[in-house]
Design a protein around this ligand. Sequence first.
Ligand code: SF4
Length: 368
Amino acid sequence: MASTKPLTPGDPLSADHKNSCDTTTAAVVPSRREWTWQDVGLPYYSCGFFLRRRFGRCVQKVSIDAGFTCPNVDGTVTTGGCTFCDNRSFSPSRRLPRAGIIGQIDQSISRMRLRYRNCHDFLAYFQPATNTYAPVERLRTVYEEALAHPQVVGLVIGTRPDCVPNDVLDLLEEFARRMPPPHVAESLRDSEAAVSEKPLYVAVEYGMQTIHNRSLDWMNRGHHHDAMLDAVERSRGRGFEIGAHVILGLPGESHDDMMATARELGRLSIDAVKIHNLYCVKNTLLADQVARGEVRLMERAEYVRTVVDFIEHLPPTMIVDRISGDAPPDYFIGPTWCLDKPAVKTAVLDEFARRGTSQGNRYLSKTF
Ligand code: SF4
């Protein structure tokens, strides 16, 4: 039933966003659990908002390095990896000794404690390398290990679209159809989201990057866009969230090219997208190309305009998981403005406010 409680600026659902809505004139609003990102005055469907609504309270991701390599590095697809990726760090001989899965989660939670004092629940994010690139039984072991951590309430798995054979998708579906382990229901007992009634949260993030094959060739990606189409088709209806990584500002891509990628995301009707500009870290082919002046990296103002255009082209139902990217400063080359993520976010919010637009504005006009 609809609640008459007005939404208030600074409500937890919008606490991490600058533009809370002015709801003083709202007579009737949906019940709190049904609030949309529009109801709380956001210009796009942020991942923070989605997670708060899905879990009923703050949930953050903790990155895990499970020791996987990548078929684009070990010669299975090609060697050398993507031009922007420091894939030498995936070599067993260069790998620093890491804590086990549980140890890494504990370390990350300790590091995040200061920033997210009131956050007690986390998603295990298998992030570096290709996290489905192993026999199914090994994958099962590492995912189960993460889920056994008492503060882990779900899984996020980053991978390549050409690296999800059907037996791996079957495994991911099996996890996504399970009810959460008892510690999840216990941990989120007081949340408003009735988490214990929902299956385990599992998200798969595919490295799509762009729909343009010439750009995928430029970055030595080792697959074309048809791999993404195939992975998405085989992933549909399996209970897990389907996401895509996209890079803006790839050499040779025009503004129209980037908007074509946005429209394709809408056509694919996936659940989530992570967007960032092309940025450069040490020990990569891209670093050499930038140093030689062969590749230009976007300036902040240009990126802000482009990412707002991009989000306007997305369907309003698509979660926008990230709008910028960075890397540890000692490892980072440029553009340096990426290192100030709050400033990038503020600039994006300001641009939406200046235009008076929001996610989906141009998606609707393109579609209907
Ligand atoms: S597919 Fe991912 S892990 Fe592999 S080389 Fe490219 S960016 Fe690195």
